[in-house]
Structures are given as structure tokens and as C-alpha cells.
Ligand binder design. Structure first.
Ligand SMILES: Nc1nc2c(ncn2[C@@H]2O[C@H](COP(=O)(O)OP(=O)(O)OP(=O)(O)O)[C@@H](O)[C@H]2O)c(=O)[nH]1
Ligand SMILES: [Mg+2]
Length: 576
């Protein structure tokens, strides 16, 4: 239980996060380096050292090098990954995020690592608006960053000309208009020569707006995340003494001891019993957005990572399908009928691309509705389905529960924001038994093969049949053989299914199930080692209070693989 020490960390919520974006080489890192330099955020010794190294290696001094020095990461003078720099003006603290390349930028923006409130869009005044200036602007609009300053850099290269400034401003303004972004201002600067960074510049005396630092200090911080509907995604459940502590970070809203909460997607209702604390000085009965906490609740459900705690009158959306705007940066195309891992807040779940609505070229906003695949750097509108229902929000309502990333193999290959929930899709993955409204998922007809080429045991895809009362079921497969009469306890759905003479005879809620000595299997076709009413009671009780950590022990105690199932040899060409 050491982890509880970390539970009570409070973020400095007054800190403003700004992301710096723009086309390659337009001067993002130089602007940040100059900010650090002009605000004396770096010790003189470091500056001297960076200057000396530059000289020794025969390169001209670059302010961008200061970023690396600031992080003590000066590896060959290149920005390695996304850099987060903390510094302060007289007004307040900042985190400035530098995204060196297009890919890093995308990754950062969509994974929420950046989570920035405001953006500086840097444009080289001489080169003017370029492809990535537009792509980045598009993404800012997509993820809803509204506080944007356009910074026209390298004004020294155009003799600080007002005409050039006006013309680039017009170009960018037209594009931003189509995206519905209204920049707070367009600031002309020379990062390299420090013009209009800290103080107003004489060379730019025709410009009446703020310098970069003044502009930053003017950005109003978003307030009231704690007044929004409660969103508390569960990160982990710890067992501590005999208590179960639900840990996570309050992403929005406020939570108090005694609150009636609901845990989604299932909609389990309970009340907050305690808010845990480690040191006495942290003792509290109320926590809010930005705090990482541990709580206990009055009912002992099987809670797990990925569920979202909310209040019933402002609940999240729940479905196994949603519409989203996504960016794709995978080596392989995003295609239908392939399984991906979807990470949404703390939830990780298998998902698929269900439909491509359109693919958009973010640099000119052209869109096509006739495309069948999504390739590297595409932006698209799609429908995603997940294996099971998940809790989420529209991104415009709640950022953390409204965005997700798509993992292909081991790589984050894309991500996006949810624009709306789609109607729940019939689950194609699992065989479903139903009787009226009573539904149960089951994998009892899956086949297990020993792959003689790989020396591994594989499971085959399950068929998508559904069965109801009166239907005959395939009680014999290639790698399983069930008796003619038996009962299935579909624990996930808490439904019992009676099979008599190879047919579905009846389905009832598990609470009403009476043990009558017939063979029992679970929803995966494993025999349940229960041979009396008393044992059944123990078994169900243990299942109710099961937590992830004890799942394997539970299975080994109560289930047997090889009573009705076996493994068949198989290779890629034929099946014995
Ligand atoms: N003349 C002039 N050159 C500048 C100015 N600002 C940046 N540069 C130069 O432009 C080049 C690129 O600057 P960076 O700050 O590395 O650009 P960046 O946008 O961070 O580039 P990437 O991280 O590669 O996307 C460097 O050689 C800088 O010295 C400026 O105001 N005037
Ligand atoms: Mg850079």
C-alpha cells in the first residue's frame, strides 16, 4: 500500500499551459529559448556554457539550444522529444510545450499530454503560411483551443515591414476564419534578436499590440473545472486492510463524503464513505478537479480500472460505438475489420474502425467521402466501435473523457476526439443467448488449437450466432464436447442458461438459479467445480467480491479447463 502516499498530490492549478506550434524551422524553439533568456530563467553559467559549446563545435549560437540545456538534455543540439518547460514571469507560472516535429505535436495534442489551454502559432514572416501552419491550426480548432496568438517571427528578415506583416496576417486570417478560430492578436517579433519578446520594439513602432510576454500574461485562465459535472475515472483499486480504495484523479467536478455516485458504464449506484488521506494535515471531506485521491464506497462492487465515477444527473454517455474526429500517424493504414486497442481516459479496450465518414486534407480542408482507408497524416471523421460499452463524453463537454488514442500493435498510431455517441451496436464478437430482454454473452463455442508451427495455443474467432429458447446449440465442436443436459452460468451478465437435450430450454437471472446436480460450465466453457447448493453459494459469493488481482487464483480454485474442452493440433494449412 505504498502507493497511497502518492494519491494526494494536488496540481498547481494556477499554472498556465501554452503549446507552441508552427511549420518546421519557423522558430518555435527559438521563441521559447528567448523567453527563458529574457526572463533570466537560466543561470548565466548555463548560457555561457551553451555559447562555449556552440563555439567549440563551430556552430552559431542558437537560442533553441537553451531549451535542451534547460532540461540538461543537450544531445547533439537537437530537440529529442516534446519538451515541457516551466518558467515564470512576474505575473504567474507557465508550462510551455515545444513540439519539435509534426508527429510529436500530433501525439502530444491528442494524447492530452499537452493539455494546453492556449497556443502560439509561429509563422516565419518571410516564408509566410505553410502547410504545417495550416495543419496545426486545424488541430487546434479540432481540440478546441480557442486562445490563440499568431506570432510572426523573423521580422528582421523582412526589414520589420508592416506590409509583409499585413499580408501574412491576411493569409492566415482567411484560413483561420474557415476554422472558426479568431486569434487574440498577430504579434510581429524577431525571436533571434529579441525584438518584441519582453518589451516593445522600436523597430516595430507601427505595431500597437503587446509583446509576447505581455500577451502571455493577458491570457485568462479557464476557471471552474471544479464546477463542471463530476468525472472521476478509476485508475486502480487497492485492497488495504479489509477496505477497498478506489484511486484516481478527479478530472472535473467536486466529490464529497456522503455523495451518491454512480459508476459507469454499468451504472452501479453507491455512496462515498471516506476520502482517504495519508498525513493528518491532508484530511478532507471534499476533493475537486485536479486532485488525485483515494476513496472508499459503501457497497462492495467489483470495481476496476477504466470505470468512470459520476453523478446520475450529469452522467457520461455510454455506448460501444461513437463518432470521432481522428488523426492518423500510423505506419500501417487504419482499416476496417482489424482489432486495435483504444485508450480512453483510464480505460483500455479492444476496438474497430466501423465506418469512414470522410477523410479531410487539413492543409486545404478538402474532403472526400469515397475513401476506404486512412493513411499516414490523414484527418478523418469515423465511427469506432468497442468490444464492450464504455463511458465517455463529447470532447466539447469534457476533454479527458472525450478523447482517446488508438494503439496498433505497440504503437500509438492515432487518436481523436469524440463528437457524439452512436447507437449501441449489436456485439458481433460474442455468441449471445437471449430470451426477451435477458441477454448473455458467452464464448462456449470457441475452439482451442495447438499451433504446431509456433508451439503456441491459439483460440479461434467465435462465430456470430445468437441463440434463444428452443434453438439447438452446437454441443460438440472440434475442441469441446458438452453433455446433452447442462447449465451455463454466464457470470459477466449474471444469467443462467439451461440446456436440455442440446437445446436452450430456459434463461433466468443468476440469483434465481437453483443447483440441481447438472453439469455446470461458465461462459467460456470451463467446468465449474461445484457439486452442491452450498458450494454454489460460496462460489457466487466469491465471484461477487472478486478483484483483478485474485482472478487467477479464483479460476484455478473453481474452474477446470479440460472437463469438456481439449486442445487440438493445428497448423496454418489444415486442422486434424
Ligand atoms: N533571422 C532570424 N532567424 C531566426 C529567428 N528565429 C529563429 N531563427 C532561426 O531559424 C532556425 C530555426 O529555428 P528553430 O527555433 O529551431 O525552429 P523550430 O520551429 O523550433 O524548428 P523545428 O523544431 O525543427 O520544427 C534557426 O536557425 C534559428 O536561428 C529570427 O527571429 N530571425
Ligand atoms: Mg524546435
Amino acid at each position: 500500500m505504498e502507493k497511497i502516499e502518492n494519491i494526494k498530490k494536488v496540481e498547481n492549478i494556477d499554472r498556465l499551459k501554452i503549446v507552441v506550434v508552427g511549420h518546421v524551422d519557423h522558430g518555435k524553439s527559438t521563441v521559447i529559448g528567448r523567453l527563458l533568456y529574457d526572463t533570466h530563467s537560466l543561470p548565466q553559467g548555463t548560457i555561457d556554457k551553451v555559447k562555449r559549446i556552440a563555439k567549440e563545435t563551430g556552430k552559431p549560437f542558437e537560442y533553441a539550444y537553451l531549451l535542451d540545456a534547460f532540461e540538461e538534455e543537450q544531445k547533439q543540439g537537437i530537440t529529442i522529444d516534446t519538451t515541457q518547460i516551466q518558467f515564470q514571469t512576474e505575473q504567474r507560472e507557465y508550462v510551455i510545450i515545444d513540439a519539435p516535429g509534426h508527429k510529436e505535436f500530433l501525439k502530444n495534442m491528442i494524447s492530452g499530454a499537452a493539455n494546453a489551454e492556449a497556443a502560439f502559432l509561429i509563422i516565419d514572416a518571410k516564408e509566410g503560411v505553410q502547410e504545417q501552419s495550416k495543419r496545426h491550426a486545424y488541430i487546434l480548432s479540432l481540440i478546441g483551443i480557442k486562445k490563440v496568438y499568431v506570432v510572426l517571427n523573423k521580422m528582421d528578415l523582412v526589414e520589420y515591414s508592416k506590409e509583409v506583416y499585413d499580408s501574412v496576417k491576411k493569409d492566415m486570417g482567411e484560413f483561420l476564419n474557415t476554422l472558426n478560430i479568431k486569434p487574440i492578436d498577430y504579434i510581429p517579433i524577431s525571436a533571434y534578436y529579441g525584438e518584441n519578446i519582453l518589451e516593445k520594439s522600436d523597430k516595430l513602432d507601427w505595431f500597437y499590440g503587446h509583446s509576447v510576454i505581455e500577451a502571455m500574461d493577458c491570457i485568462e485562465k479557464e476557471k471552474g473545472l471544479d464546477k463542471k459535472p463530476l468525472r472521476f475515472p478509476i485508475q486502480d483499486v487497492y485492497k488495504f486492510d479489509d477496505r477497498r480504495i478506489i484511486a484516481g484523479r478527479i478530472e472535473a467536478g467536486t466529490l464529497q463524503v456522503g455523495d451518491e455516485i454512480t459508476i459507469y458504464p454499468e451504472g452501479k449506484k453507491t455512496t462515498v464513505k471516506t476520502i482517504e488521506y495519508w498525513a493528518d494535515r491532508d484530511k478532507t471531506e471534499i476533493v475537486s478537479a485536479g486532485q488525485s485521491v483515494g476513496i472508499t464506497v459503501s457497497d462492495e462492487f467489483f470495481n476496476k480500472r477504466g470505470e468512470v465515477i459520476a453523478l446520475e444527473d450529469s452522467k457520461p454517455l455510454v455506448s460501444n460505438s461513437f463518432r470521432a474526429s481522428i488523426f492518423w500517424m500510423g505506419k500501417n493504414n487504419l482499416v476496417k475489420n482489424k482489432k486495435y486497442k483504444i485508450k480512453l481516459a483510464t480505460r483500455e479496450i479492444e476496438g474497430e474502425l466501423e465506418e469512414i465518414i470522410k477523410v479531410i486534407d487539413a492543409s486545404n480542408l478538402d474532403s472526400s467521402e469515397q475513401v476506404q482507408k486512412i493513411t499516414l497524416n490523414d484527418v478523418a471523421e469515423v465511427v469506432i466501435t468497442t468490444k464492450e460499452p464504455v463511458a465517455f463524453d463529447q470532447f466539447s463537454q469534457s476533454q479527458v473523457t472525450g478523447r482517446f488514442v488508438i494503439v496498433d500493435g505497440y504503437d500509438v498510431a492515432g487518436g481523436g476526439i469524440i463528437t457524439q455517441a452512436e447507437e449501441e451496436k449489436e456485439n458481433k464478437e460474442l455468441v449471445t443467448f437471449y430470451k426477451g430482454a435477458l441477454k448473455a454473452r458467452g464464448d462456449v463455442f470457441e475452439e482451442f488449437y495447438y499451433n504446431v508451427e509456433q508451439f503456441t495455443v491459439d483460440k479461434t474467432e467465435v462465430s456470430s450466432n445468437t441463440y434463444t429458447v428452443g434453438d439447438a446449440i452446437p454441443i460438440k465442436g472440434e475442441s469441446y464436447k458438452y453433455p446433452k443436459d447442462f447449465d451455463i452460468l454466464a457470470l459477466r451478465d449474471q444469467v443462467a442458461i439451461q440446456v436440455r437435450d442440446g437445446k436452450i430450454n430456459d434463461m433466468i437471472p443468476i440469483q434465481k438459479y437453483q443447483y440441481e446436480g447438472r453439469p455446470l460450465i461458465n461462459g467460456r466453457g470451463f467446468a465449474i467445480k461445484v457439486s452442491s447448493k452450498e458450494e454454489l453459494k460460496h462460489f457466487l459469493k466469491e465471484y461477487q467480491s472478486l478483484d483483478e488481482r485474485r482472478e487467477v487464483a479464483f479460476l484455478n480454485k473453481w474452474m477446470r479447463f479440460d472437463t469438456y474442452r481439449f486442445v487440438v493440433f493445428h497448423n496454418n494449412y489444415w486442422v486434424i
